[in-house]
Design a protein around this ligand. Structure first.
Ligand code: ADP
Ligand code: ADP
Ligand code: ZN
Length: 215
């Protein structure tokens, strides 16, 4: 099962991907999580990426293409992959096609999770994250124990880029650079729209109804 989860910041990609990865037993590959781990570890890559991330701008394409190429070559991707947050530009999408052709695992479906802008801002302003990649929301999806990750027990934190001014910049970057990929994948016949509003488990079952066709 070879899938891209597509949508603006806050659409629920990470939330859905965590559950889908368990349900279908395929790896969840989040370029945001990979970049944040590099920033935390203080790697060269993390140092290069941090400035862009703090401003809500996209990290340069060559950096992302390198990351995704290495990650897709790992053996856990043999049964398939669930990409979250990649591709975000046309050059990234072109590079992805080339990489996938070489490894013989072409993309089967791009799920476009749709949520209105104001709802995205409310979601991101209240988002609490865990370093393990789980995300929660103070109101919409609280953890069982306040400020503690249900999955791993670590303390939750708010992302530096989940502040309203940076959120607006991320939404602008999305509209300018990423949204054009909707037509790109529509023309390839790969795009399926998902209504991302409503309960998390309703969105999950809508996605499963689509993905079950690719099992
Ligand atoms: P993305 O990975 O697309 O940026 P997340 O999965 O991190 O988005 O979700 C953004 C925020 O919205 C989180 O706080 C999450 O708990 C919350 N959220 C996710 N899905 C829903 C939903 N269907 N309804 C309400 N809040 C949601
Ligand atoms: P969100 O969950 O809000 O959609 P991500 O966690 O996916 O955000 O990404 C956080 C930041 O990491 C982005 O604002 C951007 O700076 C950088 N980033 C992640 N993926 C990419 C990518 N494919 N191309 C460029 N920058 C990226
Ligand atoms: Zn955790």
């Amino acid at each position: 099962m070879n899938v891209v989860l597509f949508g603006p910041p806050g659409a629920g990609k990470g939330t859905q991907a965590k559950e889908l990865a368990k349900h279908y037993q395929i790896p969840h590959i989040s370029t945001g999580d990979i970049l944040r781990a590099n920033v935390r570890d203080g790697t060269e890559l993390g140092k290069e990426a941090k400035g862009y991330m703090d401003k809500g701008e996209l990290v340069p394409d060559d950096v992302l293409i390198g990351i995704i190429k290495n990650r897709l070559a790992e053996s856990d991707c043999k049964p398939g992959y669930l990409l979250d947050g990649y591709p975000r530009t046309t050059p990234q999408a072109d590079a992805l096609s080339a990489i996938l052709e070489v490894i013989g695992m072409p993309l089967e479906v791009v799920l476009n999770i749709d949520v209105a802008d104001e709802e995205l801002v409310t979601r991101l302003c209240g988002r609490h994250m865990c370093t393990c990649g789980e995300s929660y929301h103070m109101k919409f999806n609280p953890p069982e124990k306040e400020n503690v990750c249900d999955a791993c027990g670590a303390e939750l934190y708010q992302r530096d880029d989940d502040k309203e001014d940076v959120i607006r910049q991320r939404l602008d970057s999305y509209k300018e650079k990423t949204q054009p990929l909707i037509n790109y994948y529509k023309e390839k016949g790969l795009l399926v729209d998902i209504d991302g509003t409503g309960a998390i488990d309703r969105v999950f079952s809508d996605i499963c109804n689509i993905l079950d066709q690719y099992k």
